[in-house]
Design a protein around this ligand. Structure first.
Ligand code: 1HE
Length: 269
């Protein structure tokens, strides 16, 4: 087994592979509400740096216990009494982890229950699909804690819900939950309480059936292209399309469509 996906080599993350190439990656520190300490971030970097090469087809990202993630480990941060330089490097490691997730080319489906707050929301934002439950709640308590974001909320949360809603969340500590959170863009799916894991698994199983190179383009190129000018994105899209849309493995699927054996796209019943 590739060491990157060897569960025995992780302390904070539990990793369980399934036969179809879906890996369940669980933040496993429920007694601290899965707060993100230095070790957890380093383990996320390690896993997501090597996941695609190790053959991971999709990741179901979950949090053990009643809460997905309570964000930055505030106790570790308080005890370390960090210098500005130290904390800048902490933030750079968070960015390394979350950029590896967003741009790494492996679909990540997050199952979100309970609190998804501060850095926990930043972590969830780096997933490609978010599944919330009725009771899941989203917040940026940084303003009240006397700190600021450092794991990409200014970028990804602003992108999901708009700059001024994000500013309001961090200024006032406003909490969004339920259908309203989904309508704003904090998650794409909502289930009853206790249902997010099963729904995320259904999605992960489905996307793992796509060709890996297609998923790589979807879960890497789209984000890169969103950082480019329209002209440059169009050019880059043509390049990516040139490679992905001519991959030999796609011919079988195209042939099935031509032979009328492939599923047709139909409206929801
Ligand atoms: C923690 C943390 C944490 C819990 N760091 N230890 N994030 C926050 O401001 C959220 C802080 N946490 C909470 O508001 C609540 O803990 C929860 C809503 C998540 C859960 O409430 P509850 O009642 O279930 O748990 P609890 O009793 O508050 O906490 C249980 C334990 O988890 C307790 O430890 P214990 O040893 O006393 O049992 C807590 O100290 C511990 N715990 N949350 C450390 N965050 C790169 S910049 C990112 C900036 C941020 O992320 S700021 C947002 C921080």
């Amino acid at each position: 087994m590739n060491d990157v996906v060897n569960p025995d080599t992780y302390e904070r993350l539990s990793i369980s592979p399934r036969d179809n190439g879906v890996f369940v990656l669980t933040l496993n520190r429920p007694s601290k509400r899965n707060a993100l300490d230095v070790t957890t971030i380093e383990e996320l970097i390690r896993f997501f740096s090597g996941a695609r090469i190790a053959g991971v087809k999709a990741v179901l990202l979950a949090g053990e216990g009643d809460h997905f993630c309570a964000g930055l480990d505030l106790i570790e941060h308080w005890k370390a009494d960090r210098s500005p330089d130290d904390f800048m490097h902490v933030c750079l490691r968070w960015h390394e982890a979350f950029n590896k997730m967003e741009y790494g080319g492996v679909p990540i489906i997050a199952a979100l229950q309970g609190a998804v707050v501060g850095g926990g929301l930043e972590l969830a934002s780096a997933a490609h699909v978010r599944v919330a439950e009725t009771g899941t709640y989203f917040a940026l308590p940084e303003g009240q804690r006397g700190i600021f974001t450092g794991g990409g909320a200014t970028i990804r949360v602003s992108e999901m819900i708009g700059k001024y809603r994000m500013i309001d969340m961090i200024l006032t500590g406003r909490v969004y939950q339920g259908q309203e959170a989904v309508d704003l863009g904090l998650a794409q799916y909502i289930t009853e309480d206790g249902g997010s894991f099963a729904k995320a698994m259904e999605i992960a199983d489905k996307v793992a059936q796509n060709l890996p190179l297609t998923n790589f383009a979807i879960c890497s190129a789209v984000s890169h292209m969103n950082n480019m000018s329209g002209m440059d994105a169009a050019y880059a899209e043509a390049f990516v399309g040139g490679i992905v849309n001519t991959q030999p493995a796609a011919r079988e699927r195209l042939e099935a469509f031509a032979n009328k054996t492939a599923d047709r796209v139909r409206p929801n019943s």
